[in-house]
Write a protein that binds this ligand. Structure first.
Ligand SMILES: NC(=O)c1ccc[n+]([C@@H]2O[C@H](COP(=O)([O-])OP(=O)(O)OC[C@H]3O[C@@H](n4cnc5c(N)ncnc54)[C@H](OP(=O)(O)O)[C@@H]3O)[C@@H](O)[C@H]2O)c1
Length: 246
């Protein structure tokens, strides 16, 4: 029986873990950062919390006899991705990255590209007044210096502490979302721009269809680059490759 470590935190990582776990000759450890209070979990061994950087992950891979590490974290979890890459090099453990395909800008849409949350905030300044901020609670602080702007924030969890924004309203909701609901939300709150990460996947894509239908622009925070590893955007092909290699 080979043990593999899946670095998770997304819906696709859960399904990937369950697909691997269903195989007879592989056992899965599914790892979470531990930030979400009630995360979706696969039916396999679970561990939660940081490893302690590259050094901690290196030790973990060695101590737990891990044959392969599969980075299935969110496309914007750049630190974990880099730690996994480095720990795999140090330990010579096989390393794969699963990355769901990015959304492509549809014809007729109005996407304003931003390189970071801070850059997105600069693109809002003096231009937009009512912002639907969907990029996650971690990035909210980047928008703190916009006193003239009102924000609608949506996240899976209630924020642990009050947010550092001048004017905002928060709604707690977990996808998948539907286009009708997204459209109603945009209209109800008179949103004039949506800020999004390019997460890919179907669960949160409806907001993009709704913005396009209402001619509302989207500030799209582009993905961080992926470096130095084999990337799969198809789970079946990834599973086949891992089975072949182990
Ligand atoms: N960034 C997003 O927009 C986003 C959206 C949805 C879900 N997520 C999920 O939320 C988690 C945290 O995201 P992030 O952007 O804060 O990550 P990050 O900046 O890349 O990682 C920060 C630190 O959190 C720990 N960590 C992250 N993912 C982990 C995992 N799967 N298992 C164990 N430790 C983990 C690691 O701590 P140590 O250095 O101590 O090992 C890592 O160095 C990830 O698992 C990601 O898949 C992120």
């Amino acid at each position: 029986m080979k043990r593999i470590l899946i670095l998770g935190g997304t819906g696709e990582a859960v399904s990937l873990a369950e697909r691997f776990q269903a195989l007879q000759d592989i056992s899965v450890i599914y790892s979470l950062a531990g930030r979400t209070r009630s995360p979706n979990l696969p039916d396999c061994e679970i561990r939660q919390g940081g490893f302690g950087g590259v050094e901690g992950l290196t030790r973990y891979l060695q101590d737990n006899d891990v044959a392969a590490v599969i980075d299935a974290t969110h496309p914007y979890a750049a630190q974990m991705a880099e730690n996994a890459r480095q720990a795999a090099v140090v330990t010579s453990v096989a390393h794969y990255k699963y990355l769901r395909p990015a959304w492509q800008e549809p014809e007729g849409a109005d996407w304003i590209h931003a390189s970071s949350a801070e850059n997105a905030a600069e693109k809002i300044r003096d231009r937009f007044e009512r912002v639907f901020l969907t990029s996650g609670l971690n990035d909210v602080a980047a928008f703190a210096e916009l006193p003239e702007v009102w924000f609608l924030i949506r996240s899976i969890e209630e924020p642990a502490t009050p947010m550092s924004l001048y004017n905002y309203s928060h709604i707690k909701a977990r996808g998948p979302f539907k286009q009708d609901g997204e459209r109603a939300l945009l209209l109800e709150h008179k949103i004039d721009v949506v800020v999004s990460k390019n997460s890919g996947g179907a669960a949160t894509q409806a907001k993009l269809h709704a913005t396009q239908a209402l001619s509302i622009p989207v500030i799209m925070i582009d993905r961080p680059p992926v470096m130095g590893c084999v990337v799969f955007d198809n789970q079946t092909r990834l599973i086949e490759q891992v089975r072949q290699d182990l």
